[in-house]
Ligand binder design. Structure first.
Ligand SMILES: Nc1nc2c(ncn2[C@@H]2O[C@H](COP(=O)(O)OP(=O)(O)OP(=O)(O)O)[C@@H](O)[C@H]2O)c(=O)[nH]1
Ligand SMILES: [Zn+2]
Length: 198
């Protein structure tokens, strides 16, 4: 992500060429970027996109750097179910909204549970395809926590399929990435998917 400067108001300074790009888009869509209601829109849009794409400014692995020893000898699945998230598809830059379930079977260390959602957001707040988002979240947990297994299932709706194009609202795209015991062992796989509600 380009280096972002903050103005006196604490908000990101938007370069002229970015303002110009949004103005061009407004004009191309058929409206007048100089009319009162649209004058400040390029700046708002640019800052909104910085927020949507905040994930580029972080390495999501950072959230998994602080771990705890297993508490009370717990050696079963740990799962965060139905985490709501928003992303944007890299093809149309249209919103992807959905929920993700993330599970892992710890080897000897556990992570603060909120961190799984932070990892998800770190990858979701970029231009994405759902398959890559699913795989990146799973790989990050696998590489950093070295657990026995990781399972990530994402169920999301794509704005590019609802507001435009094929226009099929309500259709969910489901993707999964299973690693370690959840891939290799049928009983573990069934257990984790059942806990997720699949
Ligand atoms: N596999 C996958 N496809 C996606 C995702 N997000 C959007 N798409 C699809 O990306 C494809 C892009 O296809 P193109 O033919 O290049 O673009 P298009 O003419 O706008 O396609 P339509 O959406 O069918 O109108 C579309 O089929 C989208 O539905 C995603 O996360 N994963
Ligand atoms: Zn799309």
């Amino acid at each position: 992500m380009a280096k972002v400067e903050l103005g006196a108001d604490g908000k990101p300074v938007v370069p002229d060429e970015v303002l110009g790009a949004v103005r061009t888009l407004i004009e191309w869509a058929g409206d007048d970027p100089t009319r009162e209601g649209l004058v400040d829109t390029p700046r708002r849009v640019a800052r909104a996109w910085l927020e949507y794409c905040q994930g580029y400014a972080e390495d999501p692995a950072i959230h998994l750097s602080r771990t705890f020893e297993e508490v009370g000898g717990y050696d079963e699945i740990v799962m965060l179910r139905d985490i709501p998230f928003q992303s944007h598809c890299e093809h149309h830059m249209a919103p992807i909204t959905g929920k993700a379930s993330i599970a892992y079977l710890p080897r000897d260390r556990v992570v603060g549970i909120s961190k799984l959602a932070r990892v998800l957001n770190g990858f979701a707040r970029r231009l994405q395809v759902q398959e890559r988002l699913t795989a990146e979240v799973a790989k990050c947990i696998w590489d950093n926590l070295h657990p026995h297994g990781v399972a990530v299932v994402i169920d999301a709706q794509h704005g590019c399929m609802t507001g435009r194009g094929v226009r099929t609202p309500g259709v969910g795209m489901v993707t999964s990435r299973l690693l370690g015991c959840f891939l290799d062992d049928e009983r573990s796989r069934k257990e984790v998917l059942a806990l997720m509600g699949y």
